[in-house]
Structures are given as structure tokens and as C-alpha cells.
Write a protein that binds this ligand. Structure first.
Ligand SMILES: *Cc1c(COP(=O)(O)O)cnc(C)c1O
Length: 417
């Protein structure tokens, strides 16, 4: 059903969009657990290598199971092309390296997933790619930070763990004005909250390990090309050859044929199949994650032991207005809250029975973590502050259990705070 009418609603698109029947009319994509694909003649394989014919060659470059997920995610996001990768970090590394070269700069949100911050700040800097970190909610600061070396604006649609919500359309306008692409990591919002192309994003990143997979059974990532950026630009001479041949598809072509092929962070076919299984139920799960997170946020807000609650769905959140507009009244499944101090946060985490203490989000199970001592432990105090991380803070990824049981779990644990 590759030509799913674009007018169908998102929940329908998640189930049907871009999907092609498997062999013998199977309603599932085939899991093609193979490394390589054979051809009858040397001429055929030569044609494929020279781009005169289309065909699979080797799973690092492409595979029917991966292609199936790529087509579905591309249809869901309304893009023109997609590449699935071995992890969300692989998707970010691959997509960014396809755009920037040594000496170029990334203008990045200061509110980032820890792995992305480390990639930009520690790893890329060693290769001559500098990142400038700016509060993405402060549009004047973003506009002022663009310089002649900037080749990319990178933001998270809902910052993890700060849970700030930048105005994507406004950031896209800044990027457009400077002739550079806007790349958004939409892992936390998922396509269920918004399709970022509609707000002007040029490239959408997902860690499919989280909500898209949904049951925490495998790691994966995706790069979706919205097809909106004009790569025929003096700022991107390294795209010229690809633009001549592939026009609008220059980004997907250069990324797949060069960077993705060379870096080699391809997804495993079985994992891609599992992420596709998750996509089918993303709408249902997100609906529950969102309503339950709002209930937990309200409950925590009224609890005497809780000092503060950060959830974009609460009307007093500084990000509520933008989030309400951008995400059509839905606010995602993540929240953070503060206790008296670190010791109290630890006591609550240790007392929770249903909520699991681990480093993940987007599972069916409710998950908690103390970010300051775990996922953000490597950063100094000013960096932690920039990332919205504090000692008394607990992050919750609200699951899809009956919320009454989760509220009871938190009520009992908070009694020990
Ligand atoms: C988890 C996560 C990533 C990294 O994804 P992996 O699949 O773990 O490599 C990137 N961005 C965000 C917002 C995440 O939550």
C-alpha cells in the first residue's frame, strides 16, 4: 500500500502507510536474514553497482526488511526517503556527518540527550567539527548564534531530560533564512504528537529503540529526509555531484551511498522487523502514555513531598503554550519531578515496586532514573544546569499500565521520601 492516500489520519498511516505485502501475500514484511544477494550474471551486478539498475547487494547498504521499515517511516513522516540504522546515535552520527565537514559548525540545542551532547561536544570536536550550544527556546539567541560556518541547526522536539519544547516552525524559519537545514530529533514526541515536516523540519531523526519499538526489545534508529531543503547551494559543495544526479534526493543519496555505507552502522533485519511491529501500535500506546503522564504529573503536583513537577502538559509549564499548539494538546510520556534532595530522590526510586529503575524511555513499563548520577553523571554542574539536570530530580517515563496502580506505587514510595 505504498500509495496510501496522504489524507488518511495518522493512526491509519502508522498501520498501513508505506507497507508492502511480504511473500505469498504475507501481511508482514519478510525477515530477510541475509548478508548478500546473488545475481545470475556479472552484467546484472555491474548494472546495480553503476546505478543503472536497482537491486539489493549487501545488507550494510540495503536489505528488503530494512527497506520495508524505511518506506513505512518515510510515509508516516511524509518524507521522500529514509535510512534505518543500528541505533538512534548511529542515525544522528550518520546524518550529521553527511552534512558537516571538518571546519564546519553545528548550532545545537543545549538541551540534549546525553549521548548526543557527548557526540557533539567530545567526539566531533576532536575531528574539527565545532558545536555551539544555545537554548532553543530563546529564538533571538539561536538567530544570533548562526555564523558563516554554521551548516546545521539541531534540536530535540522535546528535550530529554529537560522537557523543553522549542518552536520548530520558528527555528525552521531561522534555518531557512540562513540557507541551512534544520535537523530534529523527534524521539520523545514521535510522529504521534506531530509530523515535523509540517513545521518545516528538513531531516527527522528517531531513536526507534524508544516509543516506536515500544516494548524495549531492540535498539534502532532512523533518518527521514523531508525533501524540503535545497542542497544546490554554495554552502554544500560536497553535495553538488549528488544534486546533479539525484536532485531533491541528494541528501538521502549522499547519506546512503557514502556516509552510511562507510560508517557501517546498519540495522539488523530482525531488529528492523521488530521496530515495524512497534510502529503498528504506536498510536494506541502514545495515547495511553500521554493521558497517564498527565495524571501522574497532576498527582505529583499536589503531593506535599514533591517540590516541583516539570511536564509540558501542566498549564504552568513555561513550554505549555508552544507544546499545546505544536502537539495538538498532547504532551508525551516523560516528566521530571523534584524532591527535597538527592537522598530523598534515591529513597523514592528504591521504594517503587512497579516502576523500574533503568536507563531507557518509551517502554510499556513505567521507568524511573536519577539523571544527575547516571545518564548525565559525566557532566560538570554548569553543563548539568544547562541540560536541565539537578540533584533532587527524578525522571519518569510513564508506561501503559493501569494508571491507578502507578499512582499507588508513587504514593507508597513518596511516603518514604
Ligand atoms: C535514546 C535517545 C537517543 C539515542 O538513541 P539510541 O537508540 O539509544 O542510540 C537519541 N535521542 C534521544 C532523544 C533519545 O532519547
Amino acid at each position: 500500500m505504498a500509495e496510501t492516500r496522504s489524507a488518511v489520519k495518522l493512526d491509519t498511516l502508522l498501520v498501513h502507510g508505506g507497507s508492502v505485502p511480504g511473500p505469498a501475500g504475507a501481511t508482514k514484511a519478510a525477515i530477510v536474514q541475509a548478508s548478500a544477494f546473488a545475481y545470475q550474471s556479472a552484467e546484472e551486478l555491474e548494472d546495480i553497482f553503476k546505478g543503472r539498475a536497482i537491486g539489493q547487494v549487501y545488507t550494510r547498504i540495503g536489505n528488503p526488511t530494512l527497506e520495508s521499515l524505511e518506506k513505512r517511516l518515510t510515509a508516516v513522516e511524509g518524507g521522500i526517503g529514509g535510512i534505518v540504522t543500528s541505533s538512534g546515535m548511529a542515525a544522528i552520527s550518520t546524518a550529521v556527518l553527511a552534512i558537516v565537514r571538518s571546519g564546519d559548525e553545528i548550532l545545537s540545542s543545549s538541551s540534549l540527550f546525553g549521548g548526543t551532547y557527548s557526540l557533539f561536544k567530545d567526539t566531533f570536536e576532536n575531528y574539527g567539527i565545532l558545536s555551539r550550544f544555545v537554548d532553543p527556546v530563546d529564538l533571538d539567541a539561536v538567530a544570533a548564534a548562526v555564523n558563516e560556518k554554521t551548516r546545521l541547526i539541531f534540536v530535540e522536539t522535546i528535550g530529554n531530560p529537560k522537557l523543553d519544547v522549542p518552536d520548530i516552525a520558528a527555528l525552521a524559519a531561522i534555518a531557512r533564512r540562513h540557507g541551512i537545514p534544520l535537523m530534529v530529533d523527534a524521539t520523545v514526541s514521535t510522529p504521534y504528537l506531530a509530523r515535523m515536516k509540517e513545521f518545516g523540519a528538513d531531516i527527522v531523526i528517531h531513536s526507534t529503540s524508544k516509543y516506536i519499538n515500544g516494548t524495549a526489545n531492540s535498539i534502532g534508529g532512523a533518518i527521514i529526509d523531508c525533501g524540503s531543503f535545497d542542497w544546490n547551494s554554495d554552502k554544500f559543495p560536497h553535495f553538488a555531484q549528488f544534486y546533479r544526479k539525484y536532485r531533491n534526493f541528494a541528501f538521502t543519496a549522499r547519506t546512503r551511498k557514502l556516509i552510511h555505507k562507510d560508517i557501517g552502522a546498519c540495522a539488523a533485519p530482525l531488529n528492523a522487523f521488530l521496530h515495524g511491529e512497534g510502529l503498528d501500535t504506536l498510536g494506541l500506546r502514545m495515547e495511553r502514555h500521554c493521558t497517564s503522564a498527565l495524571k501522574l504529573a497532576r498527582f505529583l503536583k499536589g503531593h506535599e513531598k514533591v517540590q516541583w513537577v516539570n511536564y509540558p502538559g501542566l498549564p504552568d509549564s513555561p513550554f505549555h503554550e508552544v507544546a499545546a499548539r505544536q502537539f495538538q494538546g498532547r504532551f508525551g510520556g516523560l516528566l521530571t519531578f523534584g524532591l527535597a534532595d538527592k537522598a530523598a530522590a534515591f529513597r523514592v526510586i528504591n521504594a517503587l515496586q512497579l516502576a523500574k529503575n533503568l536507563a531507557n524511555i518509551g517502554d510499556t513499563k513505567t521507568l524511573v532514573i536519577h539523571p544527575a548520577s547516571t545518564i548525565c553523571a559525566d557532566y560538570d554542574a554548569p553543563t548539568k544546569a544547562l541540560m536541565g539536570v539537578s540533584e533532587e530530580q527524578v525522571r519518569v517515563s510513564v508506561g501503559i499500565e493501569d494508571i491507578e496502580d502507578i499512582l499507588e506505587d508513587f504514593a507508597a514510595a513518596l511516603a518514604k521520601a
